[in-house]
Design a protein around this ligand. Structure first.
Ligand code: CDP
Length: 587
């Protein structure tokens, strides 16, 4: 059964067909195709790099994002990037429909796309020069939703969208409730951009002003005479109305508790911690949240499969081969850096921005399985400490590799040593790495991200996904085919399968914990412990049991804010929304 699903995923998602005929005759051909494509970005020793990349790929040790596996080295008009954010939507009819067109082109090439709708004037505002009444961001989001459905119906690779709105936008309440009817905005994940001032206002039970046009977030103070495109005259930023901050927070919490939407993004932390804060402001992420991006930002993804680095699993000698992990991280950084140069981009602006920042997102998958193979519980101090040690090692290895690449090739064009080295994330790196960055520069502005790895983890013998706990040790899963039909498979978690082979007929040890057996706070603690080592962000869903008390749920979000998370997504079973990016929804 196990190999069946890997084979099915390979055949339906990653195998290359030309005019209906398979070009890849076996999975090894797919690895060779991808390895060669990435090696083509090198100026010398292409065959040697192909061989090295192939060795890294062939045992499922390194899993490039699904789009790279499907598109690299083919003639398909697709991008190899999973994550995009679109440009600032200008608040005028022209601006809005130009943005819609750009979004359609991006969706068509594939990729998860994020948008900040905060620049659109609130519902009911009068457009002075025409005397018409604005319909507000949520009504425009419906047009985006329909566009996405239509583009997908043309057979484009599945992609999803993220919409954000600032917590001080006058339409924030409508946004919070926008997905509460069945069938509404089904192609969107929603996230509220929550600021530090708002969280303070919630604590103090203060009133909260809803304003438009919004303050220039980069300026830090109200820009009372903001130029606002679409108006004939500059329009002052004005307080439209006031609302109690605690009541607004409760609405967000009630919505999330009942419908799993909206999520929250901690806007100020995302921007403070951004390595490129000196030149960009971030107001959106890709759909699963692991890549916060500025307007026209893009990022590619790849994950090291941690289960491959466990020596002597399930024994008292079990340990991680840290040296090998470091060597592989180095090669994986080179691979993802090369992908920037070989990929197509939906828009020239995405290409221009990504060529300047060279953002990549190297992460991990199989964390929960790895902890089990080491005999550690996910919800334990020792489990979290081990996970942190691995992530820190991966992060430092990735930064060292990117510095080496800067020496060999060039630093990323937006690199400015003094500004870059001022970033809080960079200042947490060991002194040696900071000195080397000053001396040689660095190839990539950002290096680490933890993706959901929904499909590639299934492909890789069904290891646990990203940093998530195992959902079920054994389960029946549906996988979407090209024709819109589903295939049903019975699959077993990789660590569970290995353990049973080694220890038949023995009772399952306690450290085989599954997602719903783990307390929500323990889910959150794992995310919080890893976040300091991740310069992009982490995709994590905190599973909350149906009978979890609402007050504790609210406390969980406060804890998420206080423990340094960049955002928080929970899932409590509900009849309406569900998670739009379920693992069935495989791209
Ligand atoms: O496993 P795979 O590499 O295919 O993707 P993933 O790690 O599950 O998802 C990574 C990112 O791909 C997400 O955060 C989205 O940006 C994008 N994605 C998408 O656009 N549409 C989907 N149905 C799934 C993922």
């Amino acid at each position: 059964m196990q190999s069946d699903i890997a084979n099915h995923i390979w055949e339906t998602k990653y195998r290359y067909y030309l005019d209906g005929n398979p070009v890849d005759t076996a999975i090894s051909d797919t690895w060779q195709r991808v390895a060669l494509a990435a090696a083509q970005a090198e100026t010398e020793s292409i065959e040697l790099w192909q061989q090295r990349f192939y060795e890294l790929l062939k045992d499922f040790r390194f899993l490039p994002g699904g789009r790279i596996l499907a598109g690299a080295g083919t003639d398909k008009d697709v991008t190899l990037f999973n994550c995009f954010v679109m440009g600032t939507i200008e608040d005028s009819m022209d601006g809005i429909f130009d943005a819609l067109k750009e979004a359609a082109i991006t969706m068509q090439q594939g990729g998860g796309v994020g948008y900040d709708f905060s620049t659109l004037r609130p519902r009911g505002f009068v457009a002075h020069h025409r005397g018409t009444v604005a319909s507000g961001p949520v009504s425009f989001m419906r047009i985006w939703d329909a566009m996405c459905a239509t583009v997908l119906s043309t057979g484009a690779r599945r992609g999803a969208m993220m919409a954000t709105l600032r917590c001080d936008h006058p339409d924030i309440e409508e946004f919070i409730h926008a997905k509460q009817q069945s069938g509404a905005l089904t192609h969107f994940n929603l996230s509220v951009l929550v600021t530090d001032t708002f969280m303070e206002a919630v604590s103090n039970d203060d009133d909260w002003p809803l304003i438009f046009p919004l303050e220039d977030p980069a300026a830090g103070t109200a820009d009372l005479l903001a130029e606002w495109p679409g108006y004939e005259q500059p329009v002052p930023c004005k307080i439209v109305r006031r609302i109690n901050a605690q009541k607004l927070w409760q609405q967000i919490m009630r919505g999330t508790y009942a419908y799993a939407e909206p999520g929250v993004l901690f806007y100020d932390r995302i921007n403070r911690e951004n390595n490129l804060a000196y030149r960009e402001t971030i107001a959106a992420t890709n759909p699963c949240g692991e890549i916060p991006l500025p307007p026209y930002g893009a990022c590619n993804l790849g994950s090291l499969n941690l289960t491959c680095y466990v020596q002597d699993p399930f024994s008292s000698r079990a340990q991680i081969d840290m040296a090998r992990l470091q060597a592989d991280a180095r090669l994986a950084v080179r691979f993802l850096d090369n992908v920037i140069d070989i990929s197509r981009f939906p828009l020239a602006r995405h290409q221009a921005y990504e060529s300047g920042s060279r953002r990549i997102g190297l992460g991990i998958t199989g964390l929960a399985d790895t902890l089990m193979m080491l005999g550690l519980a996910y919800a334990s101090d020792t489990g979290r400490a081990q996970a942190e040690a691995i992530l820190q090692h991966l992060c430092h290895s990735a930064y060292a590799a990117s510095i080496e690449l800067a020496r060999e090739k060039t630093p990323f064009p937006f690199f400015q040593a003094d500004d870059y080295l001022r970033s809080p994330f960079i200042r947490r790196l060991p002194d040696k790495l900071q000195q080397q960055i000053r001396q040689y520069g660095i190839r990539n502005s950002h290096l680490v991200a933890i993706a959901p790895t929904g499909t590639i983890s299934l492909f890789a013998r069904n290891v646990s996904s990203g940093i998530e706990p195992v959902y079920d040790l054994s389960a029946s899963r549906r996988v979407l085919n090209h024709d819109g039909e589903f295939n049903q498979f019975t699959i077993e978690d990789d660590a569970w399968r290995q353990w049973r082979q080694q220890h038949p007929d023995q009772p399952t040890p306690d450290y085989f914990q599954t997602a719903l057996q783990i307390a929500p706070r323990d889910h959150l603690k794992m995310q919080a412990q890893l976040q300091p080592h991740v310069d992009n962000a982490i995709s994590k869903t905190i599973n909350v049991p149906q009978d979890y008390p609402f007050e504790e749920f609210v406390d969980l979000y406060r804890l998420a804010y206080e423990s340094g998370l960049k955002g928080c997504t929970t899932y409590r079973p509900n009849p309406v929304t569900g998670a739009i990016l379920s693992s069935d929804d495989i791209q």
